[in-house]
Design a protein around this ligand. Sequence first.
Ligand SMILES: Nc1ncnc2c1ncn2[C@@H]1O[C@H](COP(=O)(O)OP(=O)(O)O)[C@@H](O)[C@H]1O
Ligand SMILES: [Mg+2]
Length: 217
Amino acid sequence: MSEQVHVVWHDHQVSREDHEKLNGHKGCVVWFTGLSACGKSTVANLVDHKLHAAGKHSFVLDGDNVRMGLNAAPGLLKERHGEEFAKRFGLGFSAQDREENIRRIGAVANLFAQAGLITLTAFISPYRRDRDHVRAAMKDGDFVEIFVDAPLEVCEARDPKGLYKKARAGELKGFTGIDDPYEAPTKPELVLDAGQKDAETLADEVIAYLKKSGKLG
Ligand SMILES: Nc1ncnc2c1ncn2[C@@H]1O[C@H](COP(=O)(O)OP(=O)(O)O)[C@@H](O)[C@H]1O
Ligand SMILES: [Mg+2]
């Protein structure tokens, strides 16, 4: 018998509905996906700012912040807990580690939704299957997938961290869009034209979608 069998979902005394009632809006996960430098973090943070200003409870889960703790890279864990620990629990950038990275983020975001929060996640999350697994683990309607669609040439020209340059030079292996695939969503709730429109306009489009779909109360 697996350990899994003994794990039972615990209903909280304060229910999700109680949290949502107090917050005055629904909990959900707004999942931004797209190439590096397409604008995920920028738009997610703008939406967060606008929601906060409107009295909504939101929170951004973003790449490096998550990889510093919950999904720490092996290098970081080695410094803190030694080599053996880093090997067992560290997450790098292989397809398998990316899958686990996204699974954990999805699980945390799902818990946040139970707390009535609007969670905005800003990860490349390049593999369709991994995103679909996150969606499948959530209640219908909780997962709002937003494709931040900017052409590779545009992202590469922006390259604020110089990552594309390094990838082109062969100094970074397995970089999404260069030598690792990006699989665009087939049925996202929303597509943002991030190569043409400014981030402010895109954030307003996200807010408009959340309003229209009844998430904001
Ligand atoms: N819609 C946009 N139009 C023009 N530049 C943008 C837009 N969105 C983001 N940027 C700029 O592109 C760069 C990458 O944005 P960022 O949000 O960090 O991307 P990601 O989180 O997807 O890697 C930043 O310098 C940002 O200011
Ligand atoms: Mg980012």
